[in-house]
Design a protein around this ligand. Structure first.
Ligand code: SAM
Length: 270
């Protein structure tokens, strides 16, 4: 296959560009992100995520599933590199890299396009800091049947490798939206949804809200400082998950999971 380039050197400019995607600045400038693993890459292609580059380990060359993603990438105008394990290890910063990585274009849904319908649930995260938490929340939102995750103000990047890994593929299925707190407040007022803010000082037990009445936006606070007053005050409900024991609070991703499965309990069935 003539269009496939062989790459063995870390000094190769394409490899340098791909390695640059570990930096947030570079991801923002290029609008791309790195996805690891044959399954993830095949799923991204199947879901129509625009592919720029596919890199695979030359030792895996003959495997039919790999040949399918190579053909698919070329058919969509992406470039394909056949590389050494050393190159893949450098790109992914792992000693035992996956045999396939893909560079895809980032996609986000504009806030104005979010019009929650009955039975829909969105998760809104205020300044989430930890990529592992964000990835876990995206995965959990997907598993609970939520319709999207809104990132308010300066959040950790969902397209960082650590966050992408933690989504376990759910990044591909879950629409993501970014906005400021001011934009969120304007949007929520006209959204027709009920905003359920979670707060350690909430006076309402999270199990007493009628989640079936309207679409739901679950509003979750920053790991260190919790929700700012302006967001908490504008919510329709401010709820607390009752706790026992000595822990001050739940981990953000765990609290989001508890809320999601309660808010969607009437919609989830085996
Ligand atoms: N020190 C922070 C505070 O005072 O809010 C703790 C933040 S907590 C680690 C991160 C977020 O998880 C909170 O802002 C809230 O959204 C949610 N959360 C954690 N435990 C909760 C609980 N018991 N009830 C309601 N929300 C909770």
């Amino acid at each position: 296959m003539a269009q496939i380039k062989e790459v063995t050197s870390l000094a190769n400019p394409i490899v340098k560009d791909i390695r640059g995607l570990t930096s947030k600045k570079e991801r923002e400038a290029s609008g791309a992100f790195l996805a690891e693993g044959l399954g993830f890459v095949a799923e991204a292609l199947a879901r129509g995520w625009p592919v720029r580059t596919l890199v695979y380990d030359r030792e895996a060359r003959g495997e039919p599933p790999l040949q399918r993603v190579v053909a698919d990438t070329l058919a969509r105008g992406g470039q394909v590199l056949e590389a050494t394990e050393k190159v893949l290890a450098a790109i992914t910063r792992r000693d035992n890299p996956q045999a396939v990585v893909g560079v895809f274009e980032q996609r986000c849904t504009p806030l104005a396009a979010l019009r929650p319908k009955p039975d829909e649930t969105l998760v809104a995260l205020d300044r989430v800091r930890d990529p592992g938490n964000l990835g876990t929340i995206i995965r959990t939102a997907d598993a609970a049947g939520a319709s999207g995750v809104i990132l308010i103000d300066e959040c950790t990047d969902p397209f960082a490798l650590e966050a992408v890994r933690a989504t376990m593929g759910s990044l591909l299925a879950m629409p993501l939206t970014r906005c400021s707190a001011a934009e969120f407040l304007v949007w929520q007022a006209g959204s027709g949804a009920q905003v359920v803010a979670t707060h350690l000082a909430g006076a309402v037990d999270y199990r007493t809200v009628d989640y079936a009445r309207k679409p739901v936006v679950l509003l979750m606070g920053n790991e260190q400082s919790g929700l700012p007053d302006a967001l908490a005050a504008a919510a329709d409900h401010t709820v607390r998950i009752p706790q026992q024991g000595s822990a001050e609070s739940l981990n953000l991703a765990v609290a989001t999971a508890v809320m999601l499965f309660e808010a969607r309990r009437h919609l989830l069935a085996l």
